[in-house]
Design a protein around this ligand. Structure first.
Ligand code: AMP
Length: 423
């Protein structure tokens, strides 16, 4: 909040949240529209779930050892005594909705998307907020490695459509429940040997889930983690085969990627493929989007054996590196004089709006000169003049502000001029 703001400090927006104001919101709208157009080409449909969910959904879904669940959830007890959480991510909500509505019994493919707010109580900094927005993409019941590659290709296409360049695609496989235990065991042994060099949180993670050490941002822990055994060396035949296929499909798409064996991503549910697209333009929080496969979530929720695959893209991070010039709106400003002029202006505005013209009639600005001044300031494309003479004749003056020309005509004549110019 700026120094001159008259409102009380206690009424300022919550730390880590932000308002998206007119001026910036048009960029969000343009990005959202482009995203929707693109993902719908891949057969995705929007699925809207509630912002609040039972806390257990994330404990079970996102995972009890993840930082998101252990440290970052906005959790409260509601008046009915139930533990509620503001969703920190969307994947568990998608899985829950599928099971609850048995979407798996419908014939259409289970491909869903959503754009909306998520909540994590983390330390706010550039690119990291407490309320942030994600595009979430999920596809269910596709075991084939081709779908892992297809969602990476879709993410790539999305960034290209939006004109985002200079990104890097990182891929990895984190194995499955068959091969990961052996890896975790070895990882635990290695981490145990360097316990003193790890931060206290990572020391705790050794016993709970040593894989989570890779999520730590502390330099010392990162140095150690870089020397830990690589999960890619522990993959079972099935996971190795799957990963090889994913890479071969990425090659088919001619997508440049780097295999990054430490990419385990912060959530507990991933199996086999994980990936991230990072951008050097984002600063420390360089992950633009990330995701992967999760074959066990539905089963763990007590549902059928349906695998999942998806990614989430951070909208704030995306918007911060976009170069979109939203289309400039063409506004018709209706200048009026006196009560009869005002009444006519109201009627005319209704007529023009119903014919698709954006109109503005203001009531506090008196006099034509002042209203012209306002129209100029607002960058109106046209001004329609509604004075006594005009009302009597039923002919109005339309000024084209860019050309400086003025035309007289009936409302219908002038509408035609505006419509012809709008195209
Ligand atoms: P995750 O759900 O942790 O896999 O994150 C997916 C994407 O969401 C990241 O690559 C970021 O772009 C974005 N993201 C995650 N956490 C935040 C946050 N606290 N603030 C802003 N964006 C975030």
């Amino acid at each position: 909040m700026s120094a001159e703001t008259p409102a009380k400090k206690e009424l300022a927006a919550i730390k880590g949240t932000k308002d998206v104001l007119p001026g910036e919101v048009e960029i969000w709208q343009a990005a959202e529209a482009a995203i929707k157009r693109l993902v719908e080409l891949y057969g995705y449909h929007e699925l809207r779930a509630p912002v609040i969910e039972p806390t257990e959904l994330f404990e079970k879904g996102t995972g009890e050892t993840s930082d998101v669940v252990t440290k970052e959830m906005y959790t409260f007890t509601d008046k009915g005594g139930r533990s509620i959480t503001l969703r920190p991510e969307y994947t568990p909500s998608m899985a829950r909705a599928i099971l609850e509505h048995r979407l798996d019994l419908r014939p259409e493919p289970m491909r869903y998307y959503f754009i909306g707010p998520m909540f994590r109580y983390d330390k706010p900094q550039k690119g990291r907020y407490r309320q942030f927005h994600q595009l979430d993409i999920e596809v269910f019941n596709e075991k084939d490695p081709a779908v892992d590659a297809e969602i990476i290709e879709m993410a790539d296409a999305l960034l290209q459509t939006l004109g985002v360049d200079g990104t890097e695609t990182l891929v990895n496989s984190v194995g499955c429940r068959a091969c990961r235990p052996a890896y975790s065991r070895d990882l635990r042994l290695h981490a145990e040997q360097v316990r003193d060099k790890l931060c206290s949180d990572c020391q705790r993670k050794i016993a709970v889930n040593p894989l989570r050490i890779f999520d730590c941002k502390v330099d010392g822990c990162r140095d150690q983690a870089a020397r830990f055994p690589k999960i890619t060396e522990y993959l079972c035949a099935e996971c190795r085969e799957h990963f090889g296929q994913v890479l071969s499909y990425l090659d088919l798409y001619k997508i440049t990627y780097r295999v990054e064996p430490n990419l385990v991503r912060g959530l507990d549910y991933y199996t086999k493929t994980t990936f991230e697209i990072v951008s050097g333009k984002l600063g420390a929080q360089n992950a633009l989007l990330g995701g992967g496969r999760y074959d066990d979530m539905m089963k763990d929720f007590g549902g059928p054996d349906i695998c999942g695959n998806g990614f989430a893209l951070g909208m704030e991070r995306l918007i911060s590196i976009l170069n979109i010039e939203p289309d400039k709106k063409k506004i018709l400003y209706i200048a009026h004089l006196g009560e009869p002029g005002k009444r006519k202006a109201l009627e005319l505005a209704r007529h023009f709006r119903r014919n698709g013209v954006e109109c503005l009639v203001e009531f506090g600005t008196k006099g034509f000169k002042a209203q012209f001044g306002r129209a100029n300031k607002l960058g109106a494309a046209w001004v329609l003049i509604v004075g006594e003479d005009e009302i009597r004749k039923g002919l109005f003056q339309l000024k084209d502000m860019a050309a400086g020309t003025q035309t007289e005509g009936t409302a219908a004549d002038l509408l035609k001029i505006i419509q012809d110019k709008k195209i």
